[in-house]
Ligand binder design. Structure first.
Ligand SMILES: [Zn+2]
Length: 103
């Protein structure tokens, strides 16, 4: 977990894991995964609540997507484009609260 903001971790159910591995196998039929082996694993979904400093628009984003354009070695927190006002002002909710002085 990055140190400057929180992420939300949710444990996947066996059904969700099965769905995911079947979908993966559809896309990778040359190298499919063993479904029962995969379901034995502990799998988390990790997301971040992002909020726009400009318009207050809020959305939950997969951490995988965030880590594609941001690394915690580059900066303290990711900044993304807002889906509502299109300004580059979307930051993690904890950072938003910090900047806006909300406790
Ligand atoms: Zn916005």
């Amino acid at each position: 977990m990055p140190k400057h903001f929180n992420t939300i971790k949710r444990l996947l159910s066996d059904d969700e894991k099965r769905e995911r591995v079947l979908y993966y196998n559809e896309l990778n039929d040359d190298l499919p995964m063993d479904v029962d082996e995969f379901i034995k694993n502990t799998v988390y979904d990790e997301t971040v609540i992002m909020k726009c400093l400009k318009c207050g628009f809020q959305e939950e984003v997969d951490f995988d997507i965030i880590s594609e354009f941001w690394s915690e070695f580059d900066s303290d927190y990711p900044v993304s484009y807002c889906g509502h006002c299109s300004k580059p002002k979307l930051v993690p909710l904890d950072i938003y609260n910090h900047i806006k002085h909300i406790k």
